[in-house]
Design a protein around this ligand. Sequence first.
Ligand SMILES: Cc1cc2nc3c(=O)[nH]c(=O)nc-3n(C[C@H](O)[C@H](O)[C@H](O)COP(=O)(O)O)c2cc1C
Length: 209
Amino acid sequence: MSLIENLKWRYATKRFDSNKKLNSANLELLKESVRLSASSYGLQLYKVLIIEDEKMKALLKDASWGQAQITEASHIFVFCNYSKVTSQQIDEYLQLKASIQNLKTDDLKAYGDFMKNTLLGMAEEQMNNWTAKQCYIALGNLLAASADLKIDACPMEGFEPEKYNKILGLKAKGLNAAVIAAVGYRSQDDQTQFAAKVRKPLEELFETI
Ligand SMILES: Cc1cc2nc3c(=O)[nH]c(=O)nc-3n(C[C@H](O)[C@H](O)[C@H](O)COP(=O)(O)O)c2cc1C
């Protein structure tokens, strides 16, 4: 299975070759891998910013513990979750589903009510945590798709979300920076690429019942 080989090939890249940029065809494939990600109820309560502007990258590096990936990588994906779940978001999803699947919105009312009863009662912090978790599923797809295309990536939580929110004007849009990924091509000088993968043995990680 080539996916496994590609997952062995990938690693959390520390130093990117800043002269190598993603071409637009590959960028579109990575975006599609994020778009096709599974999400709870299919709501996709996040937005993904793709940063390629060098000045913006420099600003974000300061808010990312000075990590070199931010300015050396070709693109930075910023996964932003919606901090709150609203009735409007659920209605918009139902309208989209009805139009794509040729259904009547009335027939989806019971499903909508079920989602609203389950989700809208959550406390604000719980909502924020729940929507942030969805971002990590999309991040996982981006990492796998990158590996499949032999594109390097580094998933990153080493940044200050409040600073990102401010720099990128996220709060006003109801968004919050949850997790990011630097994407591009490894520098031949990145020593991390030569280190053996550290993973728990299968028998420790899995238990069959
Ligand atoms: C959610 C998440 C956040 C991470 N944050 C950082 C980070 O800020 N900086 C960094 O260099 N690596 C970061 N990593 C990379 C991990 O350290 C790395 O994935 C792990 O050590 C396994 O190594 P591998 O991905 O090279 O196989 C992060 C990984 C994940 C999944």
